[in-house]
Design a protein around this ligand. Structure first.
Ligand code: DQA
Length: 148
């Protein structure tokens, strides 16, 4: 059986991990986070690719180019989570099983963070588990894809 392929997308300011509000987002850098996710995914025989951008259109282009190439998408859209209907539409367009992930517990922070406009396009939603949340998202998503 060929390996499942998961695209891990990170949105704005996530390239600043390790520097950005470490009390909320932790001390690991973005490259280290990717290594950590890849290592855990490799252990489970799952292939991962990584993409980060601070630009909404670039994220949309990446989602489009995942069509027929990836089995699943794990996405932390950063602040776009709370207002980007364009990212929601892009996810709906390609109809690839998607997991939404947030490092912080978005439900216990400011009011605006409690709203996710992309959630209707996601079959898994994980938040407040730190970096481990990405690994959990990859595993939970692949479980859903495998039983489909
Ligand atoms: C975040 C939460 C968002 O509200 C915020 O804008 C981010 C990161 C998280 O991972 O906890 O950039 O998605």
């Amino acid at each position: 059986m060929s390996k499942l392929k998961i695209l891990v997308i990170n949105g704005p300011n996530l390239n600043m991990l390790g520097i950005r509000e470490p009390d909320i987002y932790g001390k690991m850098t973005y490259p280290k986070l990717c290594e950590f996710i890849k290592e855990k995914a490799d252990e489970a025989g799952i292939e991962t690719c990584f993409f980060q951008s601070n630009h909404e259109g670039a994220i949309i282009d990446e989602i489009h180019s995942a069509y027929q190439k990836f089995d699943g998408i794990v996405i932390n859209p950063g602040a776009f989570t709370h207002y980007s209907y364009a990212i929601l539409d892009a996810l709906k367009s390609v109809d690839i099983p998607t997991a939404e992930i947030h490092i912080s517990d978005v439900d216990s922070r400011e009011e605006f963070r409690k709203i996710s406009v992309i959630r209707p396009a996601c079959c898994v939603c994980i938040y407040g588990r730190g970096y481990q949340g990405y690994v959990d998202a990859v595993y939970e998503l692949t479980e859903k894809i495998s039983i489909k």
